[in-house]
Each structure stands twice: as structure tokens, then as C-alpha cells.
Design a protein around this ligand. Structure first.
Ligand code: NAG
Ligand code: NAG
Ligand code: NAG
Ligand code: NAG
Ligand code: NAG
Length: 616
């Protein structure tokens, strides 16, 4: 749980509250949400079960925060690079006194007397029994069971007194069934047993041909391809890169050491030096994988992320955030503790409390946008905007299922939130949030093309390999931000009526940029294997951005911060436009790859020295 430093007692809070009593208004429904596919209702949830409620109180002036975010991120604005301080952000987003008073009064009159706040008080956290929660929200909780056996107390509909509707954006856990997933595919543990795209040709450039082979890409290849080779990080005391770990994933030091010994020997000490920050009981460990972790296949994602980042950025400071809890979470039966927070929210809440932030954070997780209630998605996204305003670049993987967001063996399917077949593309969240930078995947070298593997591709191992395509598309939740108006309109004109009706032409389009995402060499269980996905592209792209920041900071300049306004205005010139490759989803050919920005590879892949020039 979050710190207890802001804990109020009944007495202290009551003095504030009782001065402004408000008549209890009648309840009306605040939110309804479908039960997502994969979940079934098992019966009423036990009344005594405890929940860790997060109440999202309406932020004071989010429009003002957004305005300032865009000013400090717009290279043609006089305030460009003048990122906001922690206090400045809190001052803008802190809820109005009236909103906090009314929410407090409601909680106190329902017997809730211990609260805990986020730094700007826009989240109130309480522990509450299901019985009390049902009364508070005029709802009924059921136990829902996922096909994988996870159980979670959730509801599909909840209410609030009318006078609070305008002051509370969201309360969780109620309707969110979000299950974040790793955007990684493959996991082959022996060399050369992979499907090679039929149209692949080795590079003609001799230098590239020496270091890059499609069936096992390495830091040396990426450094040569994206031209970071020979760059030595200089701003070591100031510049940091971090990456997120959820779902029990934890980067394994001995595996990172083996990887670096083989592929980037100058960075071997990095395996010992990267730092863990554990949030909500997230795991930390220094030794090898345990028997349980081996049996469950844990840490392939975490190993990929840390190995890519160390291989690319050493000796930069690297932070591995590990956030505990599987979403949706079950209570710890042994201690009787309520389940923790939704992981993205737990992570962002923790990070927003810190003064000292890493300048780049890579996240290789996401879920179908439709499984996340819209109000909750919007609040989490607006918290990401706060980090952007403070100068942090957030990069997320775009997903591995093309336009349909379903990788693996069901490329032809489109399944809506209520489990029915649909004829609509599915977006991925947080990839669809307009305040983050979303990273797609490429493959091959000369030229690089959009990552794509059709379903049931026969590999030399005699096995059929699943469908994989760079996550692509348009949000149903977030409208198109101004910064990408011209790029996206240009693209929509090019594709004309193709797939009309299957996607939201007015939505935020993604990805913004891309990087290699096929067959990365990595170590897991002390064994060399390969792994793919936009899960690989995100830490690779994040590493390049962190190197750009290193150079900027060493010249006394601000880091890039929220990238997109800069990217769409001028940064794109430092990227290689991707012109080929496939896509898919929902039994279609998905989105086409085109000249200039497209919804499969964005502006393309980085050319480090060009980006540095454009950023100065
Ligand atoms: C696959 O990798 C091996 C080396 O591990 C190399 O000899 C071979 O040429 C590669 N195949 C392709 C298609 O690049
Ligand atoms: C980890 O496992 C490898 C291979 O099994 C072994 O050689 C090594 O000693 C182990 N390292 C630690 C720290 O236990
Ligand atoms: C882990 O490595 C050991 C030693 O090579 C091997 O016996 C075991 O099967 C591996 N486990 C998995 C899950 O790959
Ligand atoms: C959706 O379509 C697929 C393929 O036609 C079929 O196998 C599946 O049962 C359908 N699912 C539902 C819920 O209708
Ligand atoms: C996919 O499209 C093909 C050809 O248009 C069609 O034959 C097939 O039934 C479709 N599959 C599904 C699951 O809709």
C-alpha cells in the first residue's frame, strides 16, 4: 500500500468536514462495464473480503496541466524544455477543496475514517470490506473467475450520490478487469530454429552484414544499424533510464551477466549494478531463477528488457521498477491484506511521489483498450501526462497483434469485450494514451520493414509459428491529439475507404515510432535463446532516447521529456521511414505501411546522430 504519512484520524478529519454538512443526495448509476471475455461469474463475493479502494477525485485543472505539458514539449514554444517541478504539477492537479470536502463527508458518514492520499490528493486510498463497499456504491460484488483460475471480486455497475458524480472520476476495484500482458512472442531456446521471412535478404552493406543476422539480433547490430556505436555516455550522475516489470517479472542478474559476456563484454558490470525499486511488494532478487519461476516461465520479458537496455546504454544508471500484484488481484489469504492497487496506477502513483525521476521509462506491457473502463483509462493516462510535464519520456510497446491486438494463433478473430465476435479492430492501452510515445516493431535491415509473420508459418524446427504483427491502429477512447493532426490526416487520405468502419478515424493513432522487434538474442535459465515482440522494440528505442538525453544533459540542456510534440514537428526527420512489411488483424490485411507516418511503424526507426542534431 501507499505510505501512511497522510493518514487522517476521524477526529481530525471530522473537524474539517462537519463545518460544511451537505444533504445526502440520491444515488444514481455512475458506471457500467461489460465482463470481458475469459471471465465468468461464480457467485456473490464474501462480505468480509477486504478491498483496497482507489478513489480518483476530479483533478483541479487538468486542462491547464495539458496546456503547460504541450508548451514545455513544443520545440517552437519559448518554454520548450522548461519542465515543471513536482510542486508545480501538484498545485495544478490538486482537486478543488469543495470536491475533497464532499468526498470526505460522504466517506465519514459511511463510517470510513482512515484515508491515504496521493501527493496532489487526486487519489484517495481506503481499505474497505465488500459489505461496506456495496453500501457505499449501492452495488453488489461477485466473484469472477478467469479461465486461468484467477479469482477477483468485481461488479459491472456501481452508483454514487448524484452530488458526487462531478467530483469523482473513477473508483477501483469495481469494473476494471484489466489484465496487463507482456508484448513478447517466440521464446525459442535454441539457435537457428526460427521462421525466416520468405522475402528476407541479408544486408548488402558489408559492415551491417557482418553484425546483423535476422535469426539472432544483438546490441552490436542495433548500435551499427541505429548509429550509436562508439557513443560513450557522459552525464552519468544525472541521466537515468528505467523500465517497468509487472506480473512477478524480475530481471535476473546471472542471466544478464551471461548475455553481456557473450554480446557486450564491456558492459558486464552492468549486470550487478542496475538498481531495483520495489513497489507494492514487487520482487527483487540477485540470484538465479527459482524452480517455481522456471516452471512458470517467469522473467523472459524482464530479462529481454534489462539485457537490451544494458547492452545499449552501459554505463548509464538503470532502474528496474518491480510492481507487485497480478491484476485483478486476489487478497493475501495468509495475512488477510486486501489486494494491492491496479499495477499501472500503483506504479505511476509511486513515481509521482518522487522528486528524482529517471528521464526515460520503458514499458513492454499492455492490454486491449476495451477491457479497461474508459474513466479509469483516462485517469491513468492523465497521470502519465503529469510525468511528461516533469520531463519524463514514457515509451510503451504497441502490442503484437497488428490491428486486432490478438497475437498467436487467432489472427483471424476479433473479439469484443463482451466475448462476442466483432468486426472492429481493437486498440491497445496504454499504447493509445496520447501522452505517451508508442513503439512498433520492425524486422530485417536493408531495408527494415514492419515486423510481420503470418499465422501458421512453418519454421525449420518443424513447428508452426504464430501470427505476429506490430501493434497498430486508432484509439476508441482518446481523440486525436493536435500534434499528430497533419501526419494522421495525411495517412487517412492515403488509405481512403480501406477498413472504413473498423476503426475510429478521429482517434489517437499509434505507434509513433518503431525499432527492431524480431528474434533478439537473450539469456534465460543460463541458456541463450531468442525472443520477439514490440516488447523488444520498446527497451531498444528507449535506450536510444536515453543516449540522446545523455548528450543533451552533458551539454547543459534539458532532456527531451514528452517526445511527441517534438517528434511530429521536427524529430521525425531523424528517423528512417519504413516503407514495407505486413500487418493484419481481424481476418484482414490490417493497416498498410506507407511513405511518411503510418499506423504500423509511425515515423520509423532512429538514426541517433540525426536525432541528436535535431534535438540541440
Ligand atoms: C542464422 O544464424 C546463423 C548463425 O547463428 C547464420 O550462419 C545464418 O546464416 C543465419 N541465417 C540467416 C538467414 O541469416
Ligand atoms: C546460476 O546458474 C548457473 C548455471 O546453472 C550457475 O553456473 C551459477 O553458478 C548460478 N549463479 C548463482 C549466483 O547461483
Ligand atoms: C533450465 O536449465 C536446466 C539446465 O540446463 C535444464 O535442465 C532445464 O530443463 C531448464 N529449464 C527450463 C524450464 O527450460
Ligand atoms: C467467433 O468466430 C470463431 C471463428 O469463426 C469461432 O470459432 C468462435 O466460436 C466464435 N466465437 C463466438 C463467441 O461466437
Ligand atoms: C477469414 O476470411 C476468409 C476469406 O475472406 C474467410 O473464408 C474466412 O471464413 C474468414 N474467417 C473468419 C474466422 O472470419
Amino acid at each position: 500500500m501507499l505510505g501512511v504519512s497522510f493518514l487522517l484520524t476521524v477526529a481530525a478529519a471530522a473537524q474539517v468536514i462537519l463545518a460544511t454538512p451537505v444533504a445526502r443526495s440520491t444515488y444514481s448509476v455512475k458506471e457500467t462495464h461489460h465482463v470481458p471475455r475469459g471471465w465468468t461469474q461464480k457467485g456473490r463475493a464474501p462480505k468480509s473480503q477486504m478491498l483496497a479502494f482507489q478513489i480518483g477525485v476530479k483533478q483541479g485543472d487538468f486542462a491547464e496541466l495539458e496546456r503547460q505539458l504541450y508548451e514545455v514539449s513544443d520545440p517552437s514554444h519559448p518554454r520548450y524544455g522548461q519542465h515543471l517541478s513536482h510542486e508545480q504539477v501538484n498545485e495544478i492537479v490538486k482537486p478543488k477543496d469543495e470536491a475533497l470536502d464532499l468526498v470526505h463527508e460522504w466517506l465519514l458518514s459511511n463510517g470510513v475514517n482512515a484515508f491515504d492520499y496521493s501527493p496532489s490528493k487526486d487519489w484517495i486510498n481506503i481499505k474497505i470490506s465488500i459489505e461496506d463497499a456495496e453500501r457505499l456504491l449501492d452495488t453488489e460484488y461477485s466473484t469472477y473467475v478467469h479461465v486461468d483460475g484467477t479469482e477477483a471480486p468485481r461488479t459491472t455497475k456501481w452508483s454514487l450520490p448524484l452530488h458526487l458524480h462531478e467530483h469523482i472520476d473513477t473508483i477501483q476495484p469495481t469494473t476494471s478487469f484489466m489484465r496487463i500482458k507482456k508484448n513478447a512472442v517466440d521464446y525459442v531456446l535454441s539457435d537457428n530454429k526460427v521462421y525466416i521471412p520468405a522475402d528476407y535478404k541479408p544486408p548488402t552493406d558489408q559492415t551491417l552484414a557482418r553484425v546483423c543476422t535476422i535469426n539472432g539480433t544483438t546490441p552490436e547490430c542495433f548500435k551499427t544499424l541505429y548509429k550509436t556505436l562508439g557513443y560513450k555516455p557522459k552525464a552519468l550522475s544525472k541521466n537515468k533510464i528505467a523500465f517497468n516489470n509487472f506480473l512477478g517479472e524480475v530481471p535476473i542478474r546471472p542471466d544478464a551477466k551471461l548475455f553481456l559476456e557473450k554480446y557486450e563484454p564491456s558492459a558486464v558490470s552492468g549486470a550487478q549494478e542496475f538498481k531495483f525499486i520495489s513497489i507494492d511488494g514487487g520482487p527483487q532478487q540477485d540470484g538465479n531463477l527459482t524452480a517455481d519461476q522456471l516452471a512458470e516461465g517467469t522473467s523472459r520479458e524482464a530479462n529481454l528488457d534489462v539485457q537490451t537496455i544494458l547492452g545499449m546504454t552501459y554505463p548509464m544508471s538503470v532502474i528496474a521498477y518491480t510492481t507487485g500484484g497480478e491484476p485483478p488481484q486476489i487478497p493475501d489469504a495468509a495475512t488477510g491484506d486486501p489486494p494491492g492497487n491496479e499495477p499501472y496506477l500503483a506504479w505511476v502513483t509511486y513515481v509521482l511521489k518522487q522528486e528524482d525521476l529517471p528521464q526515460v521509462v520503458s514499458t513492454s506491457y499492455g492490454d486491449d483498450e476495451q477491457t479497461v473502463p474508459i474513466a479509469f483509462a483516462k485517469r491513468v493516462c492523465s497521470d502519465f501526462a503529469q510525468l511528461g510535464a516533469r520531463g519524463v519520456s514514457l515509451l510503451f510497446s504497441s502490442g503484437d497483434g497488428g490491428a486486432g491486438d490478438i497475437a498467436g494463433n487467432h489472427a483471424e478473430l476479433c473479439i469484443s469485450n463482451d466475448g462476442k465476435n466483432t468486426t472492429k479492430f481493437l486498440a491497445s492501452f496504454p499504447a493509445s494514451c496520447p501522452y505517451v510515445t508508442t513503439v512498433g516493431a520492425t524486422q530485417g535491415f536493408q531495408p527494415e520493414v514492419a515486423a510481420y509473420r503470418p499465422a501458421n508459418s512453418l519454421g525449420p524446427d518443424g513447428k508452426l509459428h504464430g501470427y505476429y504483427a506490430s501493434g497498430s491502429g486508432f484509439s476508441e477512447y482518446f481523440s486525436r491529439p493536435k500534434y499528430q493532426d497533419s501526419a494522421v490526416q495525411g495517412y487517412l487520405e492515403k488509405i481512403g475507404s480501406l477498413h472504413k468502419g473498423l476503426y475510429n478515424t478521429a482517434g489517437r493513432g499509434y505507434p509513433d515510432i518503431s525499432a527492431q522487434g524480431l528474434y533478439f538474442e537473450y539469456f534465460w535459465n543460463a541458456t541463450n535463446g531468442i525472443i520477439s515482440g514490440t516488447s523488444a522494440s520498446a527497451p531498444l528505442m528507449s535506450s536510444v532516447i536515453a543516449l540522446v538525453n545523455d548528450d543533451l544533459i552533458s551539454w547543459g540542456k534539458s532532456p527531451l521529456g514528452f517526445l511527441n510534440p517534438w517528434l511530429y514537428q521536427k524529430g521525425y526527420k531523424g528517423f528512417t521511414d519504413i516503407l514495407g512489411g505486413g500487418n493484419g488483424g481481424c481476418n484482414t490485411t490490417g493497416f498498410p505501411v506507407t511513405k511518411d507516418w503510418d499506423a504500423v511503424t509511425g515515423f520509423g526507426t532512429p538514426i541517433f546522430p540525426e536525432i541528436v542534431k535535431l534535438a540541440k
